[in-house]
Design a binder for this molecule. Sequence first.
Ligand code: BDR
Ligand code: CA
Length: 317
Amino acid sequence: IHRIIIDCDPGHDDMAAILLAAWHPSIKLEAITTVCGNAPLNHTTNNALRIVDAFGLDVPVYAGAEQPLLHRYAFPAEFHGPSGLDSAGEDLPPARGTVQTQHAVDTIIERVEAAPGEITLVVIGPMTNLALALALRPSLAQKLRQVVFMGGSATEGNVTPAAEFNVWADAEAARIVFRSGVRLVMFGLNATHQTLMRREDVAKIRAAQPGSNPVADIMDFYCGTYFRFAGADKPGAPMHDPCAIAYLIEPTIFELTERPGEVLVSADGGYGQTLIDMRPQDPAHDTRVKNVAVAIKADPIRFAALVTEALSWAAGR
Ligand code: BDR
Ligand code: CA
C-alpha cells in the first residue's frame, strides 16, 4: 500500500491522476493539496473539491500557494479552459464540500513528520508547495519516502522548446526541490508523450456510462484542444499526470534510469529547462551524484488499459 498526498492543479490530466489513485486498492490517497498552475488557485482548489464530491471520495482538500516563488505568467487557458477543468459537454456539479482551513504546506509538513519514511508526495503541478515546505523544514527531504512527479523533460519542452510547463511555471521551486536531497522519480515529457488517451479510450469511458457522462465530456475537451494544437492525425493526447500514479500501481509499465539532474533558472531561453545528464559513462568510473530516477520508456498499451479502467469506474459513480 502506498500512502500518498497528491499536490496538483486540476487540470484534466490531474483529474485522471486523482481518479486513478482513488480507484486502485494499492493506493491510499490521504490528502489533496492544490497550487496555482493550470489556473488560479481558487479555480484549481474548487476543481479539486468538485472532483472529490462528484466521485464520492473521502479525501480532504487543502489550498496551497497562490503564486509561484518568483515567476509570473498568464494562465494557459488554451489547454484546460478558463476554469482549469472545462468540459466539451457536461461539467462536474458545483462543489458542496469546503476546503480545509489548514494551509497545504502545513499539512504536508505535519503529515510527513507524523509518519517519517512512509508518505509519497505525488507532485503533478508546479513545485511551489513542496519548495516552501522544504524551506520551512529542510529535514523533510529525508522524511519523505519519495517525491514522484510529473514535470520537466529529458528531451523536448512544451511551453518553450526546452521547458515543460510544471517546472517552467515555478523553476525556482523546482530547483529547490532538485537540490534538496529528496528521492525524486521523474515523469517528464520524454516519457509522457508516450502515454496517450486515445479516441478509443474515450469511447470506452463513454460506453461505461450511457447518458450523462461528464468524465468522458471532460476528456473530450482535453483531447479536442490537443488535436487542435498538434493535429487531428495524432493517435491520442498525452496523459501526463496519471503516469506518476500508474508508476506506483504498476512500476513495470515504465523503464527508469538513475541520473544527475538540475533545473535551469537563467532568464534566457533555457528558463525552466530540466538538464538531465543522459551521457553514458563507464559504470566503474562513474562518480556523478545521481539525484533523480528518470522515466524514459512507457508501455502505452498497459498504461491506457489502467487509466481507461479507472475512468470508466469513475464515470459509473
Ligand atoms: C503538465 O502541465 C499541465 O498542463 C498538466 O496538468 C501537466 O501537469 C504537462 O506539462
Ligand atoms: Ca497538472
